[in-house]
Design a protein around this ligand. Structure first.
Ligand code: SF4
Length: 453
């Protein structure tokens, strides 16, 4: 069934893709180029690694985002192949449903995917192609489920696209198969896409506790596990407000409770494990969880010691609006690094208050996107490093201080206890890069000029 924007409640949350762009913002015609509802619906479902993902639209829609998110898979790589019906002028006039049908049949014959997800885009939604009907016919013809995802970019914000993807799973996938067996400690993880392998920092912890992840929705997922997700005992929503609606609907439909947790930050992952154990209502599991947490935090403390020695007392300016700000704030606290100034551009009032309480009342809060202001703060406060998006590299070079590109960090898994160690390594590598010594030296021609004089 196709959900309408009204059916799907849209609530604000900060964007993880671009700190300058809010995920609740509605794309403007001609300026979207990704970052639209279609884009985030694809980002949500693409990590289902043994499925084929077909963009029903012009190849430009697929090209705008394909490969930009580093969602990793532990074996199947089918999700990496770009399938598109590549709509052209004639298709707009005569319709492209037949072309889509033939394409799905062909890819099912050649690649034998576990399922096919078909994404509508602005053009195919406007010309009114019956994607639902095509998917139904293709499923009947091949026996492989084909699922329509109604997510043209114009329907609304990125959050809405994520919700539409969740609806598509709930209406067409979840509950369609049965697991081989169930246990009293089966859970689903919702809203983590395994970017750079983040989820692999968390799964071993759950495994040590004897908790089985029945379905990962959707990082490193397989179609069948999501189809069996209705048999879990608990849904754990990880840092994804838009997919909370999926957990709410599953609670209503299957009576499955849910909790909302974060796996980024030491206290966060500890809290997450504790809450999972508490909700599975097993006293012995809770005891073992407490033991595991104290072992993991002690081991992390030891591993962080060499970095703490090198970085303690450093002063940084953190300019980003994504969840990574929080991660760096938590890592900085463990390492004795002072965050002198930070931005709250995309933060809610509650988050602003939390940042203030974490950093202290004297911390500087930046409310403007101004490189000149950032440079001034760096100079006045003897900042040792700037952490920001790529476009602030010039500001750091002008101030002659180390720079860490916050967006490039998406190449590293920052979740769990191992994630904090990863952040610390990144901070240390950025500080100790020899290039920063060189920019304080006079240029070779200036040196030779001085000798000549
Ligand atoms: S779906 Fe629409 S807004 Fe999104 S990239 Fe395609 S044409 Fe642009």
């Amino acid at each position: 069934m196709k959900p309408s924007p009204e059916q799907i409640n849209n609530s604000p949350t900060s964007s993880e893709h671009d700190p300058q762009k809010k995920s609740t913002q509605i794309p403007q015609p001609g300026t979207a180029q990704g970052g639209c509802a279609f884009d985030s619906a694809m980002m949500t479902l693409l990590p289902i690694a043994d499925a084929a993902h077909v963009v029903h639209g012009p190849s430009g829609c697929a090209a705008s985002m394909w490969g930009t998110y580093g969602s990793l898979s532990s074996n199947s790589t089918l999700y990496k192949i770009r399938f598109t019906s590549e709509i052209e002028e004639n298709d707009i006039i005569f319709g492209a449903a037949k072309k889509l049908y033939k394409g799905i049949i062909e890819l099912q014959r050649r690649y034998k995917p576990a399922a096919v997800f078909v994404y509508s885009t602005c053009i195919t939604a406007l010309i009114g192609d019956d994607i639902e009907g095509v998917c139904k016919d293709a499923t009947e013809a091949t026996g492989i489920p084909a699922i329509a995802v109604h997510c043209p970019g114009f329907i609304g914000s990125q959050n809405l696209g994520t919700r539409v993807a969740g609806e598509a799973l709930l209406e067409n996938v979840i509950g369609t198969e049965e697991p081989d067996f169930t246990t009293s400690k089966d859970i689903n993880l919702i809203g983590e896409y395994n970017i750079s392998g983040a989820i692999w920092n968390v799964l071993p912890l759950l495994e040590k506790l004897g908790i089985r992840v029945l379905a990962k929705i959707t990082g490193d997922a397989r179609y069948k596990e999501i189809a069996c997700a209705h048999r879990a005992k608990l849904n754990v929503v990880l840092s994804s407000k838009p997919l909370t609606s999926l957990a709410k609907r599953m609670k209503k439909r299957y009576g499955m409770p849910y909790i909302e947790e974060s796996i980024y930050g030491v206290e966060q992952i500890s809290q997450c494990l504790q809450n999972i154990a508490a909700n599975l209502d097993d006293a012995e599991l809770q005891e073992r969880t407490a033991m595991l947490i104290s072992e993991e935090t002690a081991a992390l403390h030891e591993k962080l010691a060499p970095f703490r020695t090198q970085l303690q007392g450093k002063r940084i300016l953190l300019y980003t609006g994504s969840f990574k700000s929080w991660l760096i704030i938590y890592a900085a606290q463990k390492l004795g690094i002072q965050i002198i100034a930070t931005s709250t551009l995309n933060s809610t009032e509650e988050e602003r208050a939390r940042i203030k309480s974490l950093l202290g009342q004297d911390s500087i809060i930046l409310n403007q996107d101004s490189p000149a202001e950032i440079l001034q703060i760096i100079i006045e406060n003897q900042i040792d490093m700037l952490i920001a998006g790529e476009r602030y590299l010039d500001t750091a070079l002008t101030a002659k201080i180390p720079f860490l590109n916050i967006k490039a960090e998406s190449n590293h898994p920052y979740a769990g206890y191992a994630g904090i160690l990863e952040v610390s390594k990144e901070l240390y590598a950025a500080f100790s890069n020899p290039v920063w010594e060189h920019i304080h030296q006079p240029a070779p021609w200036e040196e030779s000029k001085a000798v000549g004089e």
